[in-house]
Design a binder for this molecule. Structure first.
Ligand SMILES: Nc1ncnc2c1ncn2[C@@H]1O[C@H](COP(=O)(O)OP(=O)(O)OP(=O)(O)O)[C@@H](O)[C@H]1O
Length: 267
């Protein structure tokens, strides 16, 4: 799915300017990683793309439909083609892993098709296959809140596979995971989106993972574009500059940014 963001500005009702004249193009099947200090507008961009926030001005075009001016009737089918993976896994903790994966069918097929008691045999089989893809089939019957964070995020990816989406918006998908679990989740996420030719925009605070998985890096700074280039063309100095801000409560104290050049810049 083609994504075109043109001159996007988002000002929240309290006057906070989160994005200012941002323009980005992402081609179908491309995987980009978005970086930037706390509060630079990454989540706001993701929320605008997923339709959770309306832009104040500018255009946000997904597959030819401008989200900023689309009617509800146009937005509904478009949203079904968008998958989201968040830092918080958004699981129903007291239900089984299989049930949570089946919930991925809800948007397109409704409540009956997505409930474990009434879902078709094909749907249950597809859910098991999605779990198998994440190495979790053996945990299908477990209560979801008994899983580790890494396992829950892999369930979220399996649920997204059931949604059969064309674009994935991942907002800090590994932020709450340890380095090993985080890498495993990124490997799973990136391999499933590659296999299916999905477009992916992924916000990360882990520079090493960003460099490893993103072929192209987009750096945001105070709601504007700091850089947008192939990963190989982004230097450590570019990264250090990205996280230098005039407001020490933001990036300069951000423990989540894990990068050697950044630590060196802080020293
Ligand atoms: N609902 C809201 N109302 C008012 N201001 C908001 C709202 N949501 C976000 N903001 C502000 O908009 C700016 C951008 O926030 P956003 O969450 O997009 O940043 P971010 O880059 O995702 O940060 P982080 O890395 O900490 O998640 C911040 O100043 C934030 O306080």
């Amino acid at each position: 799915m083609q994504v075109t963001v043109s001159d996007l500005t988002k000002v929240y009702p309290d006057g906070t300017r989160a994005l200012s004249g941002l323009s980005i193009d992402v081609s179908p099947g491309e995987g980009v990683v978005i970086l930037g200090h706390n509060g630079c507008g990454k989540s706001t961009l993701m929320k605008c793309l997923s339709g959770l926030e309306r832009p104040t001005s500018g255009r946000l075009v997904l597959d030819g439909i401008n989200l900023a001016s689309a009617s509800r009737r146009e937005l509904r089918p478009l949203r079904q083609r968008i998958g989201c993976v968040f830092q918080k896994f958004n699981m129903v903790g007291n239900l089984s892993v299989l049930q949570n994966v089946l919930f991925g069918l809800m948007g397109r097929h409704g409540i009956l098709a997505s409930h474990a008691l009434t879902a078709s045999r094909e749907s249950r089989l597809a859910a098991m296959q999605a779990l198998e893809r994440g190495g979790l089939a053996h945990l299908a019957a477990r209560r979801t809140d008994t899983l580790s964070g890494g396992q829950q995020q892999r369930v979220a990816i399996a649920r997204m596979l059931m949604q059969d989406v064309e674009i994935v918006l991942a907002d800090e998908p590994v932020a709450s995971l340890d380095p090993k679990a985080g890498r495993e989740v990124m490997e799973l996420l990136w391999s499933v989106v590659r296999e299916r030719g999905m477009t992916v925009l992924c916000v990360l605070h882990q520079i090493e993972l960003a460099r490893e998985f993103g072929k192209r890096l987009i750096g945001l700074k105070a709601g504007t574009l700091a850089f947008d280039r192939p990963t190989a063309d982004i230097s450590d100095a570019d990264i250090t500059a990205l996280y230098q801000t005039d407001t020490p409560q933001e990036a300069d104290t951000d423990e989540r940014v894990i990068t050697a050049p950044h630590r060196a810049a802080q020293a």
